[in-house]
Design a protein around this ligand. Sequence first.
Ligand code: MG
Length: 460
Amino acid sequence: MPFSYIRITFFFVSLCACSSNSQAPVDRPNFIVIFADDLGYGDLGVYGHPTIRTPHLDRMAAEGLRFTQFYTGASVCTPSRAALLTGRLPVRNGLTDDQIRVLFPPSKGGLPASEVTIPEALQSAGYVSAAIGKWHLGHVPGHFPTEHGFDEYFGIPYSNDMTPTASDWGRAQTYPPLPLMRGTEVIETEPDQRLLTRRYTEESISFIQRNRDRPFFLYLPHTMPHIPIFASDEFEGTSTRGLYGDVIEEIDWSVGQILDVLRDTGLDRKTLVIFTSDNGPWLTVGFAGGTAGLLRDGKGTTWEGGMRVPTIAWWPGMIPAGQTTQSLGTTMDLMPTMLELAGASRPDDRIYDGADLMPVLLDPAAEVRKGIYYYRGAQLWAARKGPWKIHYVTRSAYVGDQPVEHEPPLLFHLGRDPGERFNLAEEHPEVILELQEMVDAHLTELVRAPSQLKIPEWND
Ligand code: MG
């Protein structure tokens, strides 16, 4: 019996002994992953934003577990999504083009069919899955969500600025009108982006209600707050923070709607909900971008602000309420966590980069990860072990600065210095050696698995 099952069973036995509201151990829980786009570490009330109101996410955290050190697999959209859905570093599945970084409308490629996604793995355990929102892992035949294990898809297939109406990008005029898709069909072009958050929410609620009697996985990657940002009439002009605040407050409303449906249908006690973001805030777009709070820099960088994201886990009756953890976690851990809970297997012919997070979800003091690898494209730029982080290459501000190589590398203690302000490389050469050892072992293992480094045809 897997370790986590023993823990979960024990937890329920403990609950049953002391609570009259408890329930039997959950057979195949549901999973919901709500994935904001370019939401920064400091953009939610419960993460310290002074003027953006997020009562529903604040309540979600009060009823669940808030991570302070949770990471994405990459600092931009496409590779970050690949990491979440495959449990593997993007460098293992080829979504690491060094020039382009993300898929654009003319791109021909996408997530390779050889990759096994969360919904594909869950199929063997009887799950139904939907992707509702921004996909960005391929928008040509062979790469649509319904060809990667999802039974349903509704949303826009790539970023909302990749349209002829986004006049601030020189190449945008050559792009086709932004498609809104259902399954593999384009059902609208240039949809009213003010309504996307609301429409995704309605679709999500419909999916939950239609599948309340069977195990499901709902993947809800919001289009917002990626630029250009839009909010519906109900929210526009209501936040002290301006339009960006309106957008976040509407996403917060959406979270509230979804958690309410789970409560109303009694599914709350058998559904694990994760709220997180695909990468840090886009800092070079002025008021339209978010903030990483006290973390350094943002989207497109391997500083903490680029890859550490606000993350809340919620599962009433299972995850103890009102907890905060400093334990490490990543979006790549979601796949092993879900598959373990579902009793689903995954192929054993490849290397995974995630760990089952259930021990942390049950006990915030538990630790299941030793380190974090920060890639930019196919290059490892930084690594973290415990509180220490080493930088070999850095750059700042997405679109703009050029990469800078560091020899000797930079060294920061993220416990004492979360803002990466004080380089301790000279004081701690022994720590640099220790981190280098971890990185060397990781890179050696990567080279030993060349069959996983298949680069798909990715650009025109
Ligand atoms: Mg993004």
